[in-house]
Design a protein around this ligand. Structure first.
Ligand code: GAR
Length: 216
């Protein structure tokens, strides 16, 4: 049985999607937030999952916060640490400690739009497709090896909220899938910064043009 600790900062809908997926061979050992008012904590507690708060406001500086977080996480001896809307940047030592067993979800098609306000920036850039990425975390912000991505169209009349909702629905599909692959031992580093997924199906050809060609 693989032990998983999930870190959240707020709503926790990605955490919820992973919990609801009931991944065979996985046990959600704890959900930890850096904010006591994170709404997702109530869902986890109601499911009988251990919850904890390591408030960044209580720790002076990133090193001390990271140390406190590490202590709270390591109690559960996680095989996998999942960042699910965790909105603090983790220091290099912390990231290296969990190298190869630290996943994050980011609301863009990385390497496009790392950082914050991804949906607004995608709209401002006029991109026709947008999406989300699950990746292993490295010290490079939003820069680690990619596990899976979901693509959504940017539609006429979209605003930030509509686009975010379309992306979030896909996040809830790809994050449990990525965790399942990890638990099944199907993710392998290829040595060149890329991840191979053993036994992954070959995708059917997706639509290639957004908006479609006139003859599509
Ligand atoms: C999600 O859209 C996630 O991709 C994003 O925060 C949201 C959290 O929602 N994460 C980041 O922006 C990380 N840089 P949730 O709390 O409902 O899962």
């Amino acid at each position: 049985m693989k032990s998983i600790v999930i870190l959240i900062s707020g709503r926790g809908s990605n955490m919820e999607a992973i919990v609801r997926a009931n991944i065979p061979g996985a046990r959600i050992a704890a959900v930890i937030s850096n904010r006591a008012d994170a709404a997702g904590l109530a869902f986890a507690a109601a499911r009988g999952i251990h919850t904890g708060v390591v408030a960044h406001a209580d720790h002076c500086g990133r090193d001390r916060f990271d140390a406190a977080l590490r202590t709270a996480v390591d109690v559960h001896a996680p095989d996998l640490l999942v960042l699910a809307g965790f909105m603090r940047v983790l220091g290099e030592d912390f990231v290296r400690r969990y190298a190869g067993r630290l996943l994050n979800i980011h609301p863009s098609l990385l390497p496009a739009f790392p950082g914050l306000h991804t949906h607004a920036r995608a709209l401002a850039a006029g991109v026709r497709v947008h999406g989300a990425t699950v990746h292993f975390v490295t010290p490079a912000l939003d820069g680690g090896p990619i596990v899976i991505q979901a693509v959504v169209p940017v539609l006429p009349g979209d605003d930030e909220n509509r686009l975010a909702a379309r992306v979030l629905a896909e996040e809830h599909r790809i994050y449990p899938q990525a965790v399942r692959w990890f638990v099944e031992g199907r993710l392998a580093a290829e040595g060149d910064g890329r991840i191979a997924v053993a036994g992954a199906r070959t995708a059917a050809a997706p639509p290639r043009h957004y908006p479609p060609l006139d003859e599509d």
